[in-house]
Design a protein around this ligand. Structure first.
Ligand code: GDP
Length: 295
């Protein structure tokens, strides 16, 4: 599907053989390929530029005489740098509360409700938890209904108050319900909008302040590329969230949004969504994403 950057770098770097060391001049074309690959993967222009500058600084002066395939040296440098930038080790999820409260944020259509279900299913089946799903979207009855469909499909209870128009109260009551009924994780699905909007931000900020979640997760559609960065920044400014969920990675995207978001908000990407089904959830592995971005 994608051009293979590793092959391209390998070819470009054959020219370097015999030069002994990587210099600013002989690395320039190769770094251009790296930058193009990042832009193809929808990485923000400035981030791609800064990234190649960093790689250049690390590469220059490195000895290539002894390397049989000098291209591999740069591929490794690029991959390591990407991996480090995207978070290094796998980031866990804080489940220390009694119950642990997880607040989901993000735009409408990003995959919040689907992911809330996936996370509940993951915690139920893999972590031996008893999760409760909470419908806090007071604007769209269909959204509440959707959470019930999701909850039914995985055997997880859903809490809602269809007549209540105060999401803060609903969330607080849900936590009380969880405490009284032995649920140890509460996943609060909130209302999204099609674009960042003041009212939505104020509402989620109120819910956030009232319930003090152990984890606030920001859900974003990987297919939205560059827009994802601005949305992430807007939500992070308000919520100072703990982690990012990148959905729809099963689609035709290289996932450059992962690098851009991580660079701009500096929060770990914790999980990825890889399909519409409830088991289409994966822990985020920076090294795998680096390989995907590079193609
Ligand atoms: P919300 O408005 O943020 O709650 O978004 P939804 O959970 O309703 O998801 C919007 C659409 O994206 C639905 O049709 C989901 O089935 C779909 N969706 C969610 N996550 C994924 C994913 O990881 N991969 C794919 N292909 N579709 C997804």
């Amino acid at each position: 599907m994608f051009d293979n950057l590793s092959d391209k770098l390998d070819k470009a770097f054959h020219i370097l053989k015999g030069h002994g060391k990587i210099t600013e001049v002989n690395v320039a074309d190769t770094l251009k390929e790296v930058r193009r690959a990042l832009l193809d993967a929808d990485v923000n222009f400035k981030i791609a530029k800064d990234f190649t500058t960093r790689v250049k600084e690390k590469a220059i002066g490195q000895d290539v005489l002894t390397t049989l395939q000098p291209g591999q040296l740069l591929v490794k440098l690029v991959k390591d740098e990407l991996t480090e930038l995207m978070g290094g080790d796998v980031a866990g999820i804080n489940l220390s509360g009694t119950p642990s409260v997880i607040l989901m944020s993000g735009l409408q259509g990003s995959g919040k409700t689907t992911f809330s279900g996936k996370l509940a299913n993951y915690l139920l089946t893999k972590k031996n938890k008893k999760p409760l799903l909470v419908a806090c979207d007071i604007y769209r009855p269909a959204a509440i209904q959707q959470l019930y469909v999701v909850g039914d499909s995985i055997g997880v209870e859903v809490y809602s108050e269809p007549e209540n128009k105060n999401p803060v109260e609903i969330a607080q009551n849900a936590i009380k319900h969880a405490k009284a009924n032995g649920f140890n994780v509460v996943i609060v699905d909130t209302a999204g909008r099609l674009a960042v909007d003041k009212e939505m931000m104020e509402e989620i900020a109120r819910v956030h302040k009232a319930i003090q979640p152990q984890e606030t997760l920001f859900v974003v559609d990987a297919m939205t590329g560059q827009d994802a960065v601005n949305t992430a920044k807007a939500f992070n400014d308000i919520l100072n969230f703990d982690g990012v969920i990148l959905t729809k990675l099963d689609g035709d995207t290289r996932g450059g949004a992962a690098l851009s978001i991580k660079t701009v908000v500096n929060k770990p990407i914790k999980f990825v969504g890889t399909g519409e089904k409830m088991d289409a959830i994966d822990v985020f592995y920076p090294v795998r994403m680096a390989e995907r971005i590079l193609g």
